[in-house]
Design a protein. Structure first.
Length: 105
């Protein structure tokens, strides 16, 4: 059985420029929203991205990752003014590797 896995890339304006996710991620998001489009995904992750940017800009201490009670993890990496947000039910090291490979591609 596959686990939730998604990669979202945000530009400096916090707009989504790329989304890659598996079906389990899509079904999970659809449970939370009636339709799945770019605007809904932006609304869902905007507070998280804004919080990351504030922590980086104001405090010079951005998040590297977050973990939820259900085991879902969020990994943050910045590259070339884009924020890569990897979401999944995998280990943090796996999500870091997945994000690093995505950045290199």
């Amino acid at each position: 059985m596959s686990k939730i896995l998604g990669l979202l890339i945000f530009d400096y304006l916090n707009d989504i420029v790329y989304v890659k996710c598996n079906k389990k991620f899509v079904h999970h998001v659809q449970k939370l929203a009636t339709c799945l489009d770019k605007d809904v995904v932006i609304q869902m992750f905007s507070p998280l991205v804004a919080s990351y940017r504030i922590m980086k800009g104001q405090f010079k201490n951005p998040y590297e990752s977050l973990s939820c009670e259900d085991g879902t993890k969020f990994v943050f990496q910045e590259y070339s003014s884009h924020l890569f947000l990897c979401i999944g039910a995998y280990s943090q090291s796996y999500l870091n590797r997945f994000t690093n490979v995505s950045i290199k591609l």
